[in-house]
Ligand binder design. Structure first.
Ligand code: NAD
Length: 399
């Protein structure tokens, strides 16, 4: 079996010689009782960089000692890139949402042996899911591996935007001390109305993590949460996204990208938001209209926009979100902390062990199976494709 693995570049200064922490905290299970990834063994040290090319997700020894071929590359965009060349006879492709290999219909048609696309992380919209269904290519992801990592990032971004942390930090770095400059956009979160578009693993965890700040919590989802959770968090459920955004000071977006959610936050919806609201989007860049967000920040309809997801990725150097006012963007990092990498590397290994042993992959990991949405895919996605326009990623030039 040939496994093609597309990973982000190594650190510019080479792989770290040491790490800030000598070990990771021990987790026993996820909050709903689901067990953590449980491969038979791992060949890496938890807490080390695994998501970059030299990290190889800790897979080389395992695959090669079992007689399989592993090709790892970060050269993923453009017609003659290494990933596209190697894909032609690959059986399995592994890609991370942070640095996605856009597996479009055209690429699938060239990949005659391809049977499985594994997302090392969560969110498989970089795979044309409709084409995967049509070409009988299964798609799986490591459900839950980084959901709580992202929820932590969301809390960080809500607090840092509302309190205007970035501006204050910049003033210190520049040697300044003008308090009035530092606080003229700074508020408390306490008492605000905070709403999530989707209350799945990430959205619900973000709500739970925000609860102690004494805020009012809202959600909109196509699946309603159990009564007990609505009561526990004193949650207001909204029948439509429009109804929720009209009353929220902060909206966090936590649904997958699929045809129903693509371009959901366009000018029309943003204009229905409370004036001066904030958006935190760690779901997918394409859920928000690029120009509409930049325009709303300029006009003041939005007070801030933060997140870590862009379209395409890497974002072209001249992507307007890099320079728009009052943004708190990071590269796509929330789900690839060293802690999360350990979990998804173990999850990928668990999936590959199932493939080798001919045993079923956990139902929770399934997105597409046997030509149809399956498992979490059937719960959280709709049919169709959301990969169009991904060729623009080749415009990015390494700095
Ligand atoms: P999940 O499957 O547990 O939750 C997804 C939720 O979205 C479900 O409750 C589903 O009902 C809801 N949903 C789907 N379509 C909807 C629609 N049209 N309207 C309203 N709700 C809708 O997944 P999760 O673990 O919470 O992850 C959610 C998404 O977050 C992923 O699909 C991915 O795009 C993104 N994500 C980002 C990162 C990152 O590093 N930034 C990491 C992990 C996941």
């Amino acid at each position: 079996m040939k496994v093609l693995c597309i990973l982000y570049d190594d650190p510019k200064g080479g792989m770290p010689k040491n790490y800030p922490l000598s070990e990771l905290p021990k987790l026993n299970k996820y909050p709903d009782g689901m067990s953590l990834p449980s491969p038979k063994a791992i060949d890496f040290t938890p807490g080390e960089l695994l998501g970059c090319v030299s990290g190889e997700l800790g897979l080389r020894n395992f695959l090669e000692s079992n007689g399989h071929e592993l090709v790892v590359t970060s050269d993923k965009d453009g017609d003659d890139c290494e990933a596209e060349r190697e894909l032609v006879d690959a059986d399995v492709v592994i890609s991370q949402p942070f640095f996605p290999f856009y597996l479009t219909k055209e690429k699938m048609e060239k990949a005659k042996n391809l049977k499985l696309a594994i997302t090392a992380g969560i969110g498989s919209d970089h795979v044309d899911l409709q084409a995967a269904m049509d070409h009988n290519i299964d798609v799986v992801e490591v459900t839950y591996c980084n959901s709580r990592s992202v929820a932590e990032h969301i809390v960080m971004m809500i607090l840092s935007m509302v309190r205007d942390y970035h501006n204050q930090h910049r003033i210190v770095n520049e040697g300044g001390w003008n308090i009035a400059d530092a606080v003229q956009r700074s508020y408390d979160v306490e008492g605000m109305h905070i709403g999530t578009v989707a209350a799945g693993r990430i959205g619900l965890d973000a709500l739970r993590k925000m609860k102690p700040f004494d805020v009012h919590l809202h959600y909109f989802d196509r699946h309603r949460l159990p009564d007990s959770i609505e009561k526990e968090l004193n949650l207001t459920f909204h029948e439509s996204v429009e109804s929720m955004v009209a009353v929220c000071d902060v909206v966090t977006i936590n649904c997958p990208l699929h045809p129903e959610t693509e371009n959901l936050f366009d000018t029309k919806l943003i204009n229905k938001m409370k004036k001066g609201a904030y958006i935190v989007n760690t779901a997918r860049g394409k859920i928000c209209n690029r120009e509409a967000i930049a325009e709303a920040l300029k006009s003041g309809q939005l007070s801030g926009y933060a997140g870590d997801v862009w379209f395409p990725q890497p974002a072209p150097n001249d992507h307007i979100w890099r320079t728009m006012p009052n943004h708190g963007m990071t590269p796509h990092t929330s789900g690839t902390s060293l802690s999360a990498q350990t979990r998804y590397a173990a999850g990928v290994r668990e999936i590959l062990e199932c493939v080798m042993d001919g045993t079923p992959i956990r139902n929770e990991y399934l997105i597409v199976q046997d030509g149809n949405l399956a498992g979490m895919g059937a719960h959280s996605y709709s049919k169709g494709s959301a990969t169009s326009g991904s060729e623009e990623a080749q415009k990015y030039k390494k700095m």
